[in-house]
Design a binder for this molecule. Structure first.
Ligand code: AN7
Length: 344
């Protein structure tokens, strides 16, 4: 049967109200890509759940199909979110599809080019807030408490329902849960969703390794971070809305939440791209954390099946790459110049 999107595929497992009116861009159904070189190096079976292959280039589409479908069915006319970028692009796309007005608040100057361009292309009203993501979220929460505008951040429970489907897909593909699941943690909606999904699906419960950026690691430090900083702007979040649930998920699953430095995150991004999978910096945090743990001898994954969740596509943040090297060499348009340049 033809694929018709996440809500149709997994509806019996999703706690959505009867008024829900499906809005889908055929999100989900993302590949679990084997990584033979990394697997050899770590002596395990390593697979990447490449969420960058969703319609707007990130995992956010899983929760957004659910949140927008519910909002539309309830009669909402306008939706709003605060976002480090990917939620904004996703909310904008699904709102466009549903014919809803969408407003997104972003931290000024801290959203990667591909995400901002997406939000604008899909027709969202984009407002920059002179402050952090956390400040923007505070504003959005107040506005949605005082007006009929629908909130589509992951505080919205239907976002979590939709995002559970990633855990279902992994279990369906592997016929059981993996031995470890590694993923980045920002506002902590995704780790909460995976844990809920694995618990519900009853195909095994993997320990979850949640990874924050060292400059934005409130769950590792045990307190909010007032001025979070990291090149992984997607997870530049100092007060995670679902922080308690993230800590619970890590602890109950037998995993943990750790931090990786920006350099470690960029190194992991390079390793993944070196095996053909280009992800945005935040999305490489799961691998960066795993490598830290394995290299320090704190984690042994020998012979195990490890799934790394890569949450967003590398194309979302082109400048992190283009600003790290000099412009490609230029030659005159003749054959001899090409041979000389290549040293042939
Ligand atoms: C690529 O778009 O918070 O822990 O506003 O874009 O569920 O927040 C993005 C988060 C990981 C963290 N990877 O997920 C937003 C936003 C990527 C992301 C996360 C985000 P959560």
């Amino acid at each position: 049967m033809a694929y018709t999107g996440l809500l149709n595929r997994y509806r019996p497992f999703l706690n959505l109200p009867a008024h829900t009116k499906t809005v889908s861009l055929l999100e989900g159904d993302t590949p679990l890509i084997p990584m033979p070189r990394l697997s050899r190096e770590l002596n395990c079976e390593l697979l990447v759940k490449f969420e960058g292959l969703n319609p707007t280039g990130s995992f956010k589409d899983r929760g957004m199909t659910a949140a927008i479908s519910e909002a539309l069915g309830r009669g909402a006319q306008t939706v709003i979110c605060a976002s480090t970028g990917n939620t904004a692009a996703s909310a904008a796309a699904y709102s466009a599809r549903a014919g809803l007005r969408s407003i997104v608040l972003i931290p000024a100057g801290k959203v990667a080019a591909g995400k901002l361009a997406g939000a604008i292309a899909y027709g969202a009203e984009v407002i920059q807030v002179q402050g952090s993501f956390d400040d923007a979220l505070t504003l959005v929460v107040e506005l949605t408490q005082k007006t009929p505008i629908a909130l589509v951040n992951s505080i919205n429970p239907f976002r979590i329902e939709g995002q559970k489907t990633a855990a279902f897909e992994i279990c369906d593909a592997l016929l059981s849960a993996p031995d470890w699941l590694c993923l980045p943690v920002g506002n902590a909606g995704n780790i909460t969703s995976y844990w809920a999904g694995f618990q519900q699906y009853q195909k095994g419960l993997p320990p979850i390794l949640g990874v924050q950026a060292a400059g934005s690691a409130p769950l590792v430090l045990g307190h909010p971070v007032e001025n979070p900083e990291t090149i992984a702007t997607a997870i530049r979040i100092g007060k995670p809305a679902r922080g308690e649930q993230a800590l619970e998920a890590a602890q109950q699953s037998g995993g943990k939440i750790i931090a990786a430095s920006d350099d470690e995150i960029l190194a992991a991004q390079k390793i993944l791209a070196g095996e053909g999978v280009w992800v945005e910096p935040a999305s490489a945090a799961g691998l960066a954390g795993l490598l830290n743990e394995v290299r320090a001898g704190r984690l042994d994954v020998k012979g195990q099946r490890v799934v790394i969740v890569c949450t967003g596509h590398g194309l979302k943040d082109p400048s992190i790459i283009t600003e790290s090297f000099l412009a490609p060499r230029a030659i005159q348009a003749n054959y001899d110049a090409l041979l000389a340049e290549l040293g042939l």
